[in-house]
Design a binder for this molecule. Sequence first.
Ligand code: GLN
Ligand code: ZN
Length: 759
Amino acid sequence: MVLTHNLGFPRIGKKRELKFALESYWRGESSLESLKQQAAALRKIHLLEQNKLDFTPVGDFSFYDQVLDMSFTLGNLPKRSRNFTGEELDNYFRVARGQTSKSCSSCEQIHAGEMTKWFDTNYHYIVPEFDENTEFKLNATRILEQIEEARALGVNTKPVIIGPVTYLWLGKSKDQSHRLNLLERLLPVYSQLLLDIKQTGVEWIQIDEPILVTELDAQWQTALEKSYHTLKHVNINILLATYFGTLQENLQLLCNLPVAGVHIDAINAKDEVIKVIDWLPTHKILSLGIINGRNIWKTDLNALLDWLEPLARLLKKRLWLAPSCSLLHVPVDLESEIQLDSDIKNWLAFALQKLEELEIVKTALNEGRESVVTELAKNAQAIQSRKNSTRVHNPKIKENLAKITSQLGKRTSQYPVRAEIQRNLFKLPEFPTTTIGSFPQTKAIRATRTQFKNGVIDFEQYQHIMQQEILHCVRVQEELDLDVLVHGEAERNDMVEYFGEQLDGYAFSQYGWVQSYGSRCVKPPILFGDISRPKAMTVEWIQYAQSLTSKPMKGMLTGPVTILNWSFVRDDQPRSTSCYQLALAIREEVLDLESAGVNIIQIDEAALREGLPLRQSQWNQYLDWAIECFRITANGVKDQTQIHTHMCYSEFNDIIEAIANMDADVITIETSRSDMELLDAFEDFNYPNEIGPGVYDIHSPNIPSSDSIVALMKKASEKIDAKKLWVNPDCGLKTRQWDDVIPALTNMVAAAKTLRGAV
Ligand code: GLN
Ligand code: ZN
């Protein structure tokens, strides 16, 4: 008998119930009791919905983040949050977001924990903080209560926790001490946690050590061995789970750890399955993650069974089946989608549908395919329809792709030649000032967009109101005396969705939300087919904006790599192929803008870094096509057209050459918070083109003084030739209020003027 289990379930609820419950509590509009009740109700629903599994996960629910949960379980609270006498959950929210409910008057604010990306997903966790004195103290209440809750419902559970080595790896040491030094202190707490869990009578515990798919040096490998040799003494069945990638040099290490079973990602590491079977001692369970937990496509169940049946015969009772990773990274229920085109809907599977697929596979293996004939036939029909659909496959686009040559990504002249032409054309002062694109998205703007979407106003009315917004934005910028203006992006809800909506090959869900962090969810558009651009997407808006002013107006686009990285993408072709298609489509827009007389075009690649593979050894492979896609998009323009790009981060050291290779005339980046230290990359590497290091931290309501901006720019000019420097904010101003944007930009422009006289 093959068994099934799940590694984790989305916690936000089908209609983002958890988000709304949290935010209402934080606003002080509901009680902690009511928040707890709503969370318990959601957990109950999730347990019952997964009830067909042989083991249902518990401990995967979280009010904010599973890593922060682990920090509280292990008693590793940042110093600033200790000695809090109120409710534990209030303290938890303080660490997560700096504050808890507005109604808690005694709950002092503290600075929020740092947040960073969970491996290569778009989920963000709260980074554990360590120093050499860190002590751990077990608090198992949360997980024990959840086990009890599941038991009361008659659900067979398998608690899930993050393993000790991954936990240390995810954290940061606040002093110079090495966090592995804490392992000795950490392991007894884990042993006690396992013991407490064992006493509840559960059979299995799932311990996640996803760092096994990354490049580990010897100390981390040894730490894994040491940990599991210690934990085995508790005598509870441990299922050691890895996901998101291949094991490579860690494969034998994993197989030899003294645990009762291992889970591997049989989507990403499919080619390693046979090797794992070879190496895994025959008393151990092998759990295969066969349903993709990171995408939204139906699995080809018949093909999967062709591959799986021989393995099942070989492994017999030792085989378990699961999704490849926690289902946290996919939306909850496809059935909620009532507006989605029925063809496309038929190709998709969200979390609940993925669990149904798992059941079908299990039944087929245990009772023969004939016992699920109807289900398999239905699945085959859906797979076939997607494979043959003319909405997915467009021969014309495939032809265009085949015609791509490296010539397409090359500017006519080298940068110095173009720069000279552009200087004569634009006659910009030294330290030219600009912004990153968006201006405050006021309530009125959002209301107008919604009215248009819901058909309350027609396009003409909508256009008129938006043009008024653009006019306002342009006048403000002229008054501020900025040098290169923008139209303000009032018509854009989101920098990816806006383009997705206008490209063929994209679909949109109504409830396809995925947690990004805390109560923040994103609804990635679904890239399902070959991409084409039926008509120009931005030209009219920019042209209108340009008509209002004699200053240069920057056309704003989102780049292909960012559109790709923030979408659910196809699994029937490499990511690079989808990216090249996007590149050709956005290139057409660039050329249309140029023909319409827009001389400066910014192509945002906010998410370029996010696509980097987990293993550094694979970075170049990604960067090669990602950078080439940007070049194809941007570099078809004439010498006099100035290309800008923008990136939302500042860690450049490791990819600076690739970024230089994009050959944008100007690049704007985020640096203000790091006090320009992050420009170190530019010290060792002579970045050839122009750079605008952000001098205004737009994530904060604080208004930078003119002096502080001058100081930052002077610092930058120590590392970069002052002639190459632009003055601009860190990122778009969309989330800010006009009241802080105006004084901040006033100071920015004043600073640039001071610099012109001084440096
Ligand atoms: N042009 C976009 C804006 O200003 C860029 C946003 C981003 O980098 N995330 O909003
Ligand atoms: Zn940005």
